[in-house]
Design a binder for this molecule. Structure first.
Ligand code: G3P
Length: 222
């Protein structure tokens, strides 16, 4: 499963990218609004830091405006993927942008039928929001499973990008299902690696090694 960071923080993106396992980045207007600086500059710096798909979302709500913004975003850097919301206007815009060869990530997907329509419109990625469904007592992971099953029946050139992942178990479940991509906040990403037994085990190895070295030194000086 490809791992994307769901953040516009350059500090987090640089730290994540340094580990060598980050395949892309998803941003949205909320995430970009949290950062200080020009959003275009931030997106360009993200593109220079991670050589993979970098989602930049349109804020227009009509198809014409989405297409205009999408062309602008896509023209900034080869890595940029245009993010369009899964509305009727978003679908029209996706059809046009994908027809021009621009990659679209259709976002705010909450049902299998939305994902099916997005793929038919030529979206390169669909983003089901797992955590936000969980928030309303609806199992978000079942949506990911449904979309994967539907896509198995056809040959859409569309990857399932499990989004709104809130904790490492969401990532485990998405990977077990075979989601193509999981996007997550930096805190969740960091949680994928951390294990107290690793830290305890490493400390014991190093302490034992130091002890053995001291004993060898003591023997040699006798
Ligand atoms: O990738 C979508 C994400 O930004 C939404 O996450 O946690 O706000 O539902 P969340």
């Amino acid at each position: 499963m490809k791992i994307f960071l769901d953040t516009a923080s350059l500090t987090e993106i640089r730290e994540g990218a340094a580990l060598g396992v980050v395949d892309g980045v998803t941003t949205n207007p909320t995430l970009l609004a949290k950062e200080s600086g020009d959003p275009e500059e931030i997106l360009l710096e993200i593109c220079r830091t991670v050589d993979g798909p970098i989602s930049a979302e349109v804020v227009a709500t009509d198809a014409e405006g989405m297409v205009r913004e999408g062309r602008h975003w896509a023209g900034l850097h080869k890595n940029i993927v245009v993010k369009c919301p899964c509305t009727a206007e978003g679908l029209k815009a996706t059809k046009i942008l994908s027809g021009e060869g621009r990659r679209v990530n259709m976002t705010l997907i909450f049902s299998p039928t939305q994902a099916l329509l997005a793929a038919k419109a030529g979206a390169r990625f669909v983003s089901p929001f797992v955590g936000r469904l969980d928030d309303i007592s609806t199992p978000g992971m079942e949506l990911v499973a449904d979309i994967l099953q539907i896509f198995e029946n056809y040959d859409f050139d569309c990857e399932v990008l499990a989004a709104s992942l809130r904790h490492p178990m969401h990532v485990v479940e998405a990977a077990k299902m075979g989601a193509h991509i999981g996007t997550m906040p930096y805190s969740v990403f960091a949680g994928l690696l951390k294990h107290p037994l690793t830290d305890i085990g490493l400390k014991r190895f190093l302490d034992d090694w130091e002890k053995a070295k001291k004993e060898m030194g003591a023997k040699a000086s006798r």
